[in-house]
Design a protein around this ligand. Sequence first.
Ligand code: FAD
Length: 400
Amino acid sequence: AKAHVVVVGGGFGGATAAKYLRLLDANIQVTLIEPKAKYITCPGSNWLFASLTSLDQLTVDYQALRDRYGVKLLVDSVTRLDAAQRRLRLASGQSVSYDRLIMSPGIDFRWDAIAGYDQATTEQFPHAWQAGPQTLLLARQLQAMPDGGLVLIAVPADPYRCPPGPYERASMMAYWLKQHKPRSKILILDAKRSFSKQTLFEAGWTKHYGYGTANSLIEWHSLADNPLLQLNKQSRVLTSEFGDQFSGDVLNIIPPQTAAQIALQNGLTDSSGWCPVRPLTGQSLFDDFIHVIGDAAHYAPIPKSAFAANSEAKACALAVTSLINQTPIPEAHWLNTCYSLIAPEHGISVAGVYKLDAANAIMPVKGAGGVSAGTDGEAAALEADYTRAVYRSLMADAFG
Ligand code: FAD
């Protein structure tokens, strides 16, 4: 019988894994289980706040995976994992057996981190950290805000999905506010002491949004020693450990995160809330037949990004086909780039190449990667074009 690999989650990690398994070995039967018939990408979703894109433009379906690569699609969600029997139970009631399982279920939120901020409250104070209705809600709130209003963005400590995402979001909101409500302000309350590409972001904010002046559209405050602990949704006040109070016209609260529920509920996570894996194969430390990739898995120091999920998926697909065919597993190299737009013609990036060291830990390859070197107009405009090009090629590689 043909080997059967089941992939759970049709995001960047899962879609890439399903496609590359079929490309690497057409004898392997691949089933992709994903509850949504269409996927809306988080990458690019910050551009919506600057009116540079729409949800439609960020939406993709799974037709190419099915028609071009012969991936079997199940529009369903996994409710239980029976690892001993290598069987999944789905919401529809159906059961699916696997020879190997690749999980790329993404993230969930720690609702216990900020008292008073729970799933229901996101309808009032969106996180917009899973693209879709939440993104539109936040955009509408921004548009409805009075000129002179305050947007508050609460940013979690590491690790979380997309380290530069909150700062790109602030940039895109500032770009829109500068044109439509220039007396407004964005206040970033950060649980960290510093952040990804900080020097480049701050240089861009200085150039475009008056950063560092009294009239700056963006202010950044570290609350590293004084975390936000509570939200009063009636008074719209966030309170920190030392009793400082913050409020705004728009509250974008990005909570701390964990691996998705399905991973948490089935014993694939450790005390960190993420799934520990053997990096070469992506095999769970708790089960040799289950591989975990993407945001849900612990691949640090590789950041949690779509680009990284795509890279982890390819290495995992190669390992899985090797294990099935009992051939040696090739050495893995992982790539990441995170591009961000500060303005439509101002892009910045960070890139990294990673491999295993002698102790089998993931290490950045010295001398490979780094951050944008030039920030003059021409270099910044070129990087803005690359930002859009990388998005398109990532989409084509994962879903096309
Ligand atoms: P996801 O893409 O979240 O996919 C997980 C899938 O699993 C979902 O479709 C979900 O429906 C499915 N699933 C969950 N549970 C189950 C279940 N029980 N059964 C079946 N299916 C299930 N990354 C970049 O590289 N570049 C960027 O520019 C960028 N910008 C970003 C901007 C923002 C605002 C945000 C929030 C993120 C950004 N990212 C970016 C990060 C990127 O979105 C994630 O790293 C990426 O989506 C991770 O892919 P994944 O496959 O791990 O998870």
